[in-house]
Design a protein around this ligand. Structure first.
Ligand SMILES: Cc1ncc(COP(=O)(O)O)c(C=O)c1O
Length: 367
């Protein structure tokens, strides 16, 4: 039992988080999701440690549902579940690190390439993995510059390449085309190529975008990561990483003390986030995800139209949910929690309302 003073602190924190949750537009996190029916699971010492597909003695886990989530996304990313292995991570950073780890184990002598617009988790991962890396130019839309990639790869044409393709950059939702990446490298004689698709935000809806940018297993990706707490939304950060089975077999170590295979980066892993993601995909299905994306896209288009009508140079990439803005003033950054680098942005995620957009547009344009 908490005493009155500490109870009060919790209540104050709840009120502050609730208010903040109602006024953020700058982060790609869904709002308004409802997982109340899953709260009963919170009374167990759930833990999915080890390989979700391998043997395990600890049974207070949700590994069966975790495997279903992996199989679902294998299908969404156009691979047969029998070809793909994966697990639910603590978030996007772990997924990117894992993909790069598999690439390095396949090609220990590789050079890693990624564009300047890539999320900082990738530079952290290459430092951790001691992978030599080269930064590639990005175009104003946030897409990797294929010609620059080719020019830089020429210098190491006798070495394999590991490329992180952005399937939605953090600031502009720019997309790299993995077929063009392979072609650019092939043209300069680099044939041994591992591609990791960072689809943190866009993973769930990228298959439904038009035009569709090549990014998935059928297009030639070796591993793909998406975040669970972004488009679907989750009270606990989480992500999904998937990879071709043959790459994972290379890192598989013999069964550890729990009787499981040691294939994952973390040992103990949440049993709750797989239940949340399973609940999201089973209640939505592919059709529901597509519908949710289309609603967001409609609101993103509306946002750009409204701002342009008021002479604000807002834009977005084709069918993107991220609206790129000229840097907004400090008071708006604070109120709407808007990330600003050379540009500002807002992200229309599920749960974003027209009223919120109208309020921001109004605040940006009233003089
Ligand atoms: C494109 C991209 N990749 C990776 C990440 C890292 O994800 P996380 O914060 O879940 O570790 C982010 C986070 O915003 C992102 O935008």
């Amino acid at each position: 039992m908490l005493d009155h003073q500490h109870q009060r602190r919790l209540d104050d924190l709840f009120d502050a988080m609730k208010a903040a949750n109602e006024s953020f537009l700058g982060y790609p996190f869904a709002k308004g999701f409802s997982y109340e029916s899953l709260w009963r699971f919170m009374r167990f010492s759930g833990n999915n440690f080890g390989d979700p597909f391998g043997p395990e003695t600890y049974r207070v886990s949700s590994r069966l549902l975790e495997c279903e989530v992996i199989e679902f996304f294998a299908g969404v990313f156009r691979a047969s579940p029998s070809q793909i292995w994966g697990y639910i991570t603590n978030g996007g950073t772990e997924g990117n690190t894992y993909g790069l780890y598999l690439g390095r184990e396949l090609y220990p002598n590789a050079v890693a390439y990624f564009s300047r617009d890539t999320h900082y988790s990738v530079s952290k991962a290459v430092r951790l993995l001691r992978l030599e890396h080269v930064l590639v130019q990005a175009t104003p839309s946030g897409e990797i510059a294929y010609e620059d990639l080719a020019q830089r790869a020429i210098r190491s044409r006798d070495r394999p390449a590991i490329v992180v393709a952005n399937i939605g950059t953090t600031m502009k939702e720019g997309k790299d085309d993995i077929k063009k990446i392979r072609r650019a490298l092939h043209n300069v004689g680099v044939e041994e190529v591992y591609i990791h698709s960072d689809a943190a935000l866009c993973g769930p809806y990228a298959p439904f975008q038009s035009p569709r940018t090549p990014f998935d297993f059928l297009d030639g990706a070796d591993s793909i990561m998406l975040s669970g707490h972004k488009f679907f939304g989750a009270p606990i950060p989480c992500g999904v990483v998937l990879a071709r089975k043959q790459h994972v077999q290379r890192v598989l170590r013999t069964a550890n003390c729990n009787g499981s295979f040691d294939t994952t980066l973390s040992g103990s892993r949440s049993a709750y986030t797989p239940i949340l993601l399973w609940y999201a995909i089973r209640s939505l299905g592919k059709e529901g995800i597509k519908r949710m994306f289309e609603q967001c896209e409609g609101l993103a288009a509306y946002t750009v139209d409204e701002l342009k009508a008021r002479d604000v140079k807002a834009w977005r990439n084709p069918s993107a949910l991220t609206v790129v803005l000229p840097p907004v003033k400090e008071s708006l950054r604070t109120k709407w929690q808007i990330v600003t680098q050379d540009v500002s942005h807002l992200v229309v995620t599920p749960g974003t309302t027209k009223e919120q957009i109208d309020a921001l547009v109004e605040a940006m344009t009233n003089r």
